[in-house]
Design a protein around this ligand. Structure first.
Ligand SMILES: [Zn+2]
Length: 258
């Protein structure tokens, strides 16, 4: 998450970092003092019953939430230090090492980063998809949907009589305006419409297998370099329509298969 500054700005960067750390330390310490004050109120000492006790307990909860939200700004600059009881905590925000904060804090402007590039963690085959899942997270970002799913190998009984092993994978799917682009280790797949659960699966063919008469109706352009290497693929859309000849695509594909 930390950005490395150009070296001549290094000192200024350090000063800014130190100022942010000190400000956060002061603000968290103030919240902690308020929490201590509230928790010491006489109404809470007597078993914590009654209207007044409920009021102070509520204030305590709200202060704890303020602490949680302040701690999101912490980059744990000084690492985690051992505290009483053997747990390791951040000396700035008090977060216990390894504990996941329930919220994320992102800057309104500039680069936003959530998590790191996660990959499968084991070569062992797991008994179920649930136990094999390393990460399955999604975000709706200004109207586009992005999902990252990472899993170790697992046994699947998708086809009841023929149990299969699903290979370890990292799949990234971007959905925008009815289009879906999926990227994994073996394939980049672009779909012009979402797959309906019980719909017949589409046919597949390499370009060289499709008759040129049919191929001409596909609004697809391949990009290649002087050495004849494929460098990109472009799918054209007509204004207001999904894809230029979307209506013809299904039929053409079927004919091509036959
Ligand atoms: Zn911290």
């Amino acid at each position: 998450m930390a950005l490395s500054p150009p070296c001549r700005f290094g000192k200024l960067w350090d000063m800014k970092k130190e100022a942010a750390k000190q400000r956060l330390k002061r603000e968290i310490a103030a919240v902690m003092r308020s929490m201590d004050f509230v928790s010491g109120h006489p109404s809470l000492a007597k078993g914590g019953r009654g209207r007044e006790a409920a009021l102070y307990a509520g204030i305590y909860q709200q202060l704890a939430l303020a602490w949680e939200h302040l701690a999101l700004q912490c980059r744990h600059w000084d690492g985690f230090k051992k505290k009483r009881g053997g747990v390791r905590c951040c000396p700035v925000c008090g977060l216990v090492e390894g504990m996941e904060a329930p919220w994320l804090l992102l800057p309104r402007r500039g680069a936003k980063a959530i998590g790191q590039r996660t990959r499968p963690t084991s070569a062992e085959t797991f008994a179920s998809k649930t136990t094999a899942t390393v990460l399955d997270d999604a975000i709706a970002f200004h109207g586009a949907k992005l999902r990252v799913a990472v899993a170790n190998p697992y046994r699947s009984d998708l086809f009841r009589d023929l149990p299969i092993t699903v290979a370890a994978h990292r799949t990234v799917t971007l959905s925008e305006d009815g289009f879906e682009c999926g990227i994994d280790e073996h394939m980049v797949r672009l779909r012009t419409e979402p797959r309906r659960p019980k719909a017949e699966p589409p046919f597949g063919a390499f370009l060289s297998e499709i008759p040129s008469k049919v191929l001409k109706t596909f609004p697809v352009m391949v990009e290649y370099d002087r050495r004849g290497r494929l460098v990109g693929l472009c799918l054209f859309r007509a204004p207001g329509k999904r894809v230029e000849s979307a209506a013809g695509n299904g039929k053409a594909g079927r004919k091509a298969k036959a």
